[in-house]
Design a protein around this ligand. Structure first.
Ligand SMILES: C[S@@+](CC[C@H](N)C(=O)[O-])C[C@H]1O[C@@H](n2cnc3c(N)ncnc32)[C@H](O)[C@@H]1O
Length: 351
């Protein structure tokens, strides 16, 4: 039977697919908008394509075409006098903003290099970075614009759950807290504020620790920074000893079952009997068959973690199993202690 409307289901599906595959171009348009600092250059007043091209030593014709494309994405808006003004949306991408940092790493060559290899990820089970020859975290150590932007965004994401974390768990009795893969120290510094007698060890890859030495004093009180020992290294080789609490936030999700088992084994070998291990991470919904619902953003988030890092989202049941297999007991699980897009969960395990 003939369709009564001009849009057939096949046409509508093709239009959706067109939009999806064109997304990589608009993503790169946004990245160029950030890298060329267009929002900064238009902050004071609207400017023409010629003026912007002069200011940026750019090609005038390409700049005009680029600004028209940015107009189509509502990043700028043209005026009757041939100038362009930055829109509210474009202003969100000014230099130093959280969204600009996000675009710089998430649309950067490191992540794209991993995405290019999705078919090989499926064939081999390796992360996209490894297929391309270097794990993404190693890559970030050699490409600091992307590596720094990643750590900045991670730090902001983490900040969101910290008031809830120090409410749901009492940190005041600990003496030496080791944050493994602690990034810029956002979690450790907040926890040390809640535990005024404790000292902390911030452990991460050497390039991240160098970043943290500079950035931590910009957001943490001096009395907290003074109590932090900075330790660069790889948790794939060893972890610092002597802690009476160890924390792992957003670490397990990044790694394969084999890598997680090795990391937990290393922690188990290093920690004294009875020492607690706090894990803050995302959960996939439990299901009897596969440990997850496979639905919507969980499925995308999980496969994206695999593509980028070799990891995946795990259900609460899977966390409990990998911990007990590694020799830890699970004392307490507080699901969704800090509600966000992916609600944060807390597991208190014990060596
Ligand atoms: C997703 S981020 C989480 C950072 C921090 N825990 C947070 O939640 O804000 C993962 C962290 O693990 C660190 N990391 C990755 N591989 C590592 C390794 N082999 N040794 C130490 N740290 C590592 C990364 O540099 C990064 O800071």
């Amino acid at each position: 039977m003939a369709q009564s409307t001009s849009t057939t289901p096949a046409t509508a599906a093709a239009e959706i697919l067109n939009t999806l595959y064109s997304a990589s171009f608009t993503t790169q348009l946004m990245r160029a908008f950030v890298k060329l600092r267009i929002a900064d250059h238009l902050a004071a007043q609207p400017r023409s394509a010629t003026e912007l091209a002069e200011a940026l030593s750019a090609h005038e014709g390409a700049m005009a075409s680029f600004l028209d494309a940015c107009t189509a994405q509502s990043l700028v808006t043209p005026g009757p006098d041939g100038t362009y003004a930055v829109t509210d949306r474009g202003t969100l991408l000014r230099s130093g903003s959280a969204l600009a940092s996000h675009v710089l790493y998430a649309a950067g060559p490191g992540m794209n290099r991993a995405y290019e290899h999705i078919a090989d990820v499926v064939r081999t089970g390796q992360s996209g970075g490894e297929v391309a020859g270097q794990h993404l975290y190693e890559y970030f150590g050699h490409h600091l614009e992307e590596g720094t932007a990643f750590e900045e965004v991670m730090s902001e994401t983490t900040r969101d759950c910290l008031d809830a974390l120090v409410t749901v768990h009492d940190f005041s009795g600990y003496g030496r807290i080791v944050d493994v893969g602690g990034g810029r120290g956002t979690l450790l510094s907040r926890v040390l504020e809640a535990a005024p007698k404790a000292t902390g060890v911030l452990f991460d890859m050497p390039h991240v620790i160098e970043m943290a030495k500079t950035s931590l004093p910009t957001f943490a009180p001096a009395g907290v920074v003074d109590r932090i020992e900075f330790a660069g290294g790889s948790f794939r080789e060893s972890v610092p000893s002597g802690g009476d609490l160890y924390t792992l936030k957003s670490i397990v999700v990044d790694w394969s079952d084999e890598e997680v088992a090795r990391l937990l084994g290393r922690l188990h070998d290093t920690m004294a009997p009875g020492t607690p291990l706090l894990i803050v991470d995302w959960f996939r919904q439990d299901s009897p068959s596969n440990g997850g619902t496979g639905a919507g953003y969980e499925a995308i988030g999980s496969f994206s973690a695999w593509t980028l890092w070799g990891g995946r989202l795990r259900s609460r049941g899977e966390f409990e199993r990998i911990l007990t297999t590694a020799g830890f007991s699970v004392d307490q699980v507080t699901a969704g202690f800090a509600p966000c897009l992916f609600p944060w969960n807390l597991i208190v395990a014990r060596r």
